[in-house]
Design a protein around this ligand. Structure first.
Ligand code: FES
Length: 128
């Protein structure tokens, strides 16, 4: 392969790689919308201060709500609630958070990830 052929091959490779990157970004942008969960007003009345969903943690304080991802901000383990300490805890590396989602201790080093939600007339819609 001479020098000219080498640079031609390199050019074709670069164009191919660029097209691949553009294609991957376009498919990323066209992902389906995020998942939503709806809790009816009746469901909201049934639980007390805290509700552990499969993918979220809902905390009720007075007439206000806070919703957090149930994934630990450290490496993504599923968080639990410790009713004795009244803290949200991670079973993997023992990070702890208070009920305001604030980081207290452990390797997570940051607060829980908040999830957005909408209060509707008939309940609460959570964006996962
Ligand atoms: S995954 Fe939760 S502390 Fe590591």
């Amino acid at each position: 392969m001479n020098r000219r052929e080498f640079f031609r091959t390199l050019g074709f490779f670069s164009i191919g790689l660029s097209l691949y990157v553009i294609y991957k970004n376009l498919t990323y942008l066209s992902r389906p919308p995020s998942k939503r969960i709806f809790l009816s007003t009746e469901e909201l009345k049934r639980f007390g201060r805290l509700y552990l969903g499969d993918e979220f943690i809902l905390i009720k304080k007075d007439n206000d709500f806070s919703v957090y991802s149930r994934r630990c901000p450290h490496l993504g383990c599923k968080l639990n609630y410790d009713p004795v300490e009244e803290l949200i805890t991670c079973p993997c590396h023992k990070s702890k958070f208070n009920l305001d989602g604030k980081y207290l201790e452990g390797p997570a080093k940051r607060d829980l990830n908040r999830l957005s939600f909408d209060v509707k007339d008939t309940g609460l819609q959570i964006d996962l």
